[in-house]
Design a protein around this ligand. Sequence first.
Ligand SMILES: Nc1nc2c(ncn2[C@@H]2O[C@H](COP(=O)(O)OP(=O)(O)OP(=O)(O)O)[C@@H](O)[C@H]2O)c(=O)[nH]1
Ligand SMILES: [Mg+2]
Length: 459
Amino acid sequence: MTDPRKPPLKLAVVGHTNVGKTSLLRTLTRDVGFGEVSHRPSTTRHVEGARLSVDGEPLLDLYDTPGLEDAIALLDYLEHPGERLDGPARLARFLEGSEARQRFEQEAKVLRQLLDSDAGLYVIDAREPVLAKYRDELEVLASCGKPLLPVLNFVSSANHREPDWREALARLGLHALVRFDSVAPPEDGERRLYESLALLLESSRPQLERLIADQQVQRLARQQSAARLIAELLIDCAACRRSVVSEVEQEQQAIGELRKAVRQREQRCVEALLKLYAFRPQDAAASDVPLLDGRWGDDLFNPETLKQLGVRVGGGIAAGAAAGAGVDLLVGGLTLGAAALAGAIAGGALQTARSYGGRLLGKLKGQRELTVDDSVLRLLALRQRQLVQALNVRGHAALGSIQLATPQDQSWREGKLPEALNKARAHPQWSSLNPAPRLSQAERQEQIEVLAQKLVVDS
Ligand SMILES: Nc1nc2c(ncn2[C@@H]2O[C@H](COP(=O)(O)OP(=O)(O)OP(=O)(O)O)[C@@H](O)[C@H]2O)c(=O)[nH]1
Ligand SMILES: [Mg+2]
């Protein structure tokens, strides 16, 4: 436990204009709506704070500040040759003077905030050459007498100049620095950032470590929840079935409706994932599922369905074994026992009707069943898993929409589908897409859990 009376650590996010200070805050707070981000300079005009808490205990206050624009002029103004005031004293005098309210109003806001904070994060656009204006900026900021941790932003860009910056910062006595691209942050980026801060601010280490631990817990919890959302989608689709009269027109209509239902279901999953990761619905536009042709009634050949039938019809199989009726309906997918079973259906129609409902009887009367093809389940799994991978590494400063590349996930593409999906095929009441579903059934929940664990392990 951290000392409950200890106030939150205060960090000022400072730097040149347009280097991504507000963006860094968005990513660290996972808040896409924080402040205003624009490609134009001087977007942030006032200091704005955001708080990170764990279990209601505030641990870190981050302050966004306006960008510095004219540090060269300010440094000239601050320096009085021959004078022996130290940095903070010089700044105090400047902040009391009139220029701090006029010509250097923006700079004064930054310096006041840094003086009032425990440390500063100095954000750098790593694509920029190390110009004199940045050195002067660092000199002005350093005169606050607060620890500064340089943060290299834009390091995912091809043309960044990280080595130049490292060297220049070392010459200024700044040896610790972190790489943190706020649009595409490294997965352990926050941990590294807080660990580096803990080295600069030893007394705040407990708070920072708590923050690190909490973020790890949150990340794992998100991954578990995401896997569950995908598992529910897959179970819903695997268990989904639609009865349809076997006439071309009705079949076509039913296929259209099923495709629509599956697409909407996938969209619901996308939206739930975005919400889980604190992104907005417009951040990802899933294109239509290239749903393959619906699968006709062969779910009746599914071993799980047969097991269920065999158990329930019991004596019916023996009684009707010789009748041989309805064989044409059951060919394909069944070898041994096809006739026996077909006979069972004819001979044991009553038991069957009772145990299996009107579905099977419907089939005998020229109804067929439309189910979602395995390949669509594969596709849904691949796409959603990919979305999660993209969300795991997307910073909350990202403005572009999420692009999903072609999945390269061999096991879901070609491997055997998880057993939970086979089971779901035999349980129409597990699908929210079917009428009168029973979604809280313990067995359904169990299979979702098993499938979710597999999805987590796969990733
Ligand atoms: N590709 C990429 N773009 C970024 C990154 N960080 C910020 N940007 C973009 O850079 C521009 C400036 O970002 P802001 O966060 O507004 O920068 P700022 O430092 O707060 O700017 P001022 O408030 O004007 O001083 C925006 O167009 C951002 O989308 C990054 O890590 N990668
Ligand atoms: Mg800003």
